[in-house]
Design a protein. Sequence first.
Lengths: 100, 464
Amino acid sequence: MRVTRTDIEKVAALAELGVDDASAAELQRQLTRILDYVAQLSEVTDDATSAVDERAARLRRDVVDPDPLSRTPKEMAPAFKDGLFTVPRLGELDRGEDAP
Amino acid sequence: MTDFVRAAREAAKRLAACEAKGTHAFLAWSEAALVEQAERLAKNGASGPLAGEAVAVKDVIAESQFPTTCGSKILEGWRSPFEATAVRRLREAGALVAGKANCDEFAMGSSTEWSAYGPSRNPVDPTRVPGGSSGGSAAAVAAGAVTMALGSETGGSVRQPAAFCGIVGIKPTYGRVSRYGLVAFGSSLDQIGTLGKDVTSAARLLGVISGRDDRDATSLDRIPLGEPGPAPANLEGTVIGVPREYFPEGLHAGIRAASDRALARFKDLGAEVRDVSLPHTKYAVPTYYIVAPAEASSNLARYDGVRYGPRADGGLKDVRAVYRATRGHGFGPEVRRRILLGTYVLSAGYYDAYYRKAQRVREAIRADFARVFAQDVHALFTPTTPTPAFKFGEHTADPLAMYLSDVYVCTANLAGVPALSLPIGRDQGLPVGGQLIAAMEGEARIIRIAQALERAVDATAEVR
């Protein structure tokens, strides 16, 4: 499975991750090698026995418990104003990437 | 000076000696913080099972005295506003948090070479890695700075460094220890584990941190494991399974010799040693390296420079440019690689071929274990690692080679079963680890078997 430069750009955009040109070429090579390796899973037939873990997640009462924090979001956030996290404006959406 | 304060000052001396040798086991610690905790303990009259014991805490576990950076620049200096349940239970048991232990960034790695703050060194041989990702925790114990430490596992990150450093590491059953406050990597695999200078130390720490926690929906509804019992005199009536897939032709000669010697000791102790098969073992690493990056790509989406951590904006006017710059600069190479790999295998067109397939193979791996344990096998014995500790730089240029060092440990994470690594000998001076694996919730059983083997084998003796 050869990973292309376009693949790297596509998944980097989906992951909101800046990738420079030099590392894009290296990632292309490394991801190709990793995906070639994991492709051996296709040897496993789907009738391989499945084991269902019957332990169910435990439920608790649907109430909001107090969860006091020793530091407020204001102290942790890079930018915070009037009880809100502040960010730069949302730019024009990339066509084809965010369109429904 | 109270006994607790005296113990804290002695612990500080041991930590200083460890770090003075260049071990770099810790990202943060201070004598003042140790003494402050000891004074608080003395004032409150603490008498818990770990009273006055200094315990190192891996830096992916939330703790309020020091920053929680996860070994990453993206959380540089970040302080958690709450503490993990495991840390709270440590404090309730009278323990002192010795400091935050170094680790691969977001626990992704097998050597600590991916820590953004520089690697830890193996105290047994400083030219070699301590393993990872809980390498700082393992190095701290092996260097004698602490007798026990908290680590975390997603694919063997406690047992592999324990084996490389010649100490004991336990990965409990999925759900045995609360994940509340453990920074998420692969949520269906993550577990806090314990490291100790011997089996009883690691088991005592597990006994304290285990048990139900309402803050983690995957926490098992069980009482804490409590203190381990004494080592049994023999293992009569115990059946040890030896999965042949873990002993391939070409297995490292020192690893094989140490394993053979341990199996001979099991027989000396009266156990029955039986050949078994786990046929899907060869698919564990490829399965793991689809499931774990997929979950990581989702879990790490929260680091965007908006809610916490440093923001790389540099005057950027668009929030998405801020996301990309913050994440692009803040994450190191291995984390970036896994986020992209995870995003790729989850993306439209590839989901069925990779992620859905890996989930099915994971079920087959789990079924392998269930079938063997249904045949009256009490525990499995395998090598922990395919080789002893490797040199710095040996695997950093080839991610796949690094991933393959997890080949014998990631199966237990995929299946959810408990497993333990203990030292079983030395090969050319380097520690060799042996692994015991039990059925779900079988921690007490493998701890008991490990205690017996620990007494019967000279782990400091050369094996060939």
